[in-house]
Design a protein around this ligand. Structure first.
Ligand code: NAP
Length: 276
């Protein structure tokens, strides 16, 4: 088993994830894994970074596929005995003009952004070593969408005692409510992406609390963040930030120094803790 520190980035083949991998290759003292659901796209991304003189490793990971997540988990356990840095970057968004029915958009978006990210966390968080860092790439849209929720939902999502099971129930309820076309009456905002990212931010707050309760003394720091509005296939060419600029906050959180005792359980954008 290798004692080399190891960092893993999900959705690393393009966009912000690719830029995060590049920066980690430059700044992280250890092995950096670019993961992608499509091995061809992943290997092409690895080749690009190799041309820049960088040496990322590749492992397949589709966060929608529990078997794929478990294969990565077993690989990390066997080869490294765990992991030091996890960046949950993979995510999807339907285009504004997409004509896919809203209930389908809700189901598909929540499946990857919330349930997929949660499954990765369920399988990999127990492997995170002391002084490890976990970064869940959410979005500032989670804050604006929270503000559009009913008072009752806002209270639940801001609660310091909400459990992961309660959050999963709420995310499932949103998808069901969209199918009955009752989601707005039930206090939800009219954005599947926004609700999925509320889920990612609240999940991060819960996970940080669990780390405090169960792994006190391990100095693990876990946060949600927004990369900003970034020129990628997701956000389009008009966004102000380059992918490299978008990588700045996630990488800052991934490389917090060993003696840092925060941020932890926060929503961070532009390297600054935001009020949830
Ligand atoms: P992007 O260019 O569309 O890249 C998304 C990445 O996620 C791709 O590598 C994609 O892989 C991967 N992915 C999607 N579903 C996956 C799955 N099931 N398993 C594994 N990988 C999967 O988007 P981006 O702008 O870089 O977004 C990265 C993250 O930042 C997302 O979580 C997004 O919500 C968040 N974000 C972006 C912005 C922005 O302005 N761009 C703003 C706020 C937050 P494929 O190539 O195979 O599709």
């Amino acid at each position: 088993m290798s004692g080399t520190p190891v960092a893993v980035v999900t959705g690393g083949n393009k966009g912000i994830g690719f830029a995060i991998v590049r920066r980690l290759c430059q700044q992280f003292q250890g092995d950096v894994y670019l993961t992608a659901r499509d091995p061809g796209n992943g290997q092409a991304a690895i080749a690009k970074l190799q041309e820049e003189g960088l040496h990322p490793f590749f492992h397949q990971l589709d966060i929608d596929d529990l078997q794929s997540i478990r294969a990565l988990r077993d690989f990390l356990k066997e080869k490294y005995g765990g992991l030091n840095v996890l960046v949950n970057n993979a995510g999807i968004a339907f285009k504004v003009l997409d004509s896919t029915p809203f209930p389908v958009q809700a189901e598909v978006t929540l499946k990857t952004n919330f349930f997929g990210t949660r499954n990765v966390c369920t399988e990999l968080l127990p492997l995170v070593k002391p002084y490890g860092k976990v970064v869940n790439v959410s979005s500032s849209v989670s804050i604006s969408s929270l503000a559009s929720c009913s008072k009752e939902l806002q209270q639940k999502f801001r609660s310091d005692t909400i459990t992961e099971e309660e959050l999963v129930k709420l995310m499932t309820k949103f998808v069901e409510d969209t199918k009955k076309n009752t989601h707005q009456k039930e206090g939800w905002p009219n954005t599947a992406y926004g609700v999925s990212k509320i889920g990612v931010t609240v999940l991060s707050r819960i996970q940080a609390r669990m780390i405090n309760e169960k792994r006190k003394g391990d100095h693990i720091l876990l946060n949600a963040c927004c990369p900003g509005w970034v020129r990628t296939d997701m956000a389009g060419p008009k966004a102000p930030k380059s992918p490299d600029e978008g990588a700045e906050t996630p990488v800052y959180l991934a490389l917090l120094p060993a003696d840092a005792d925060g941020p932890h359980g926060q929503f961070v954008s532009d390297k600054t803790v935001q009020t949830w």
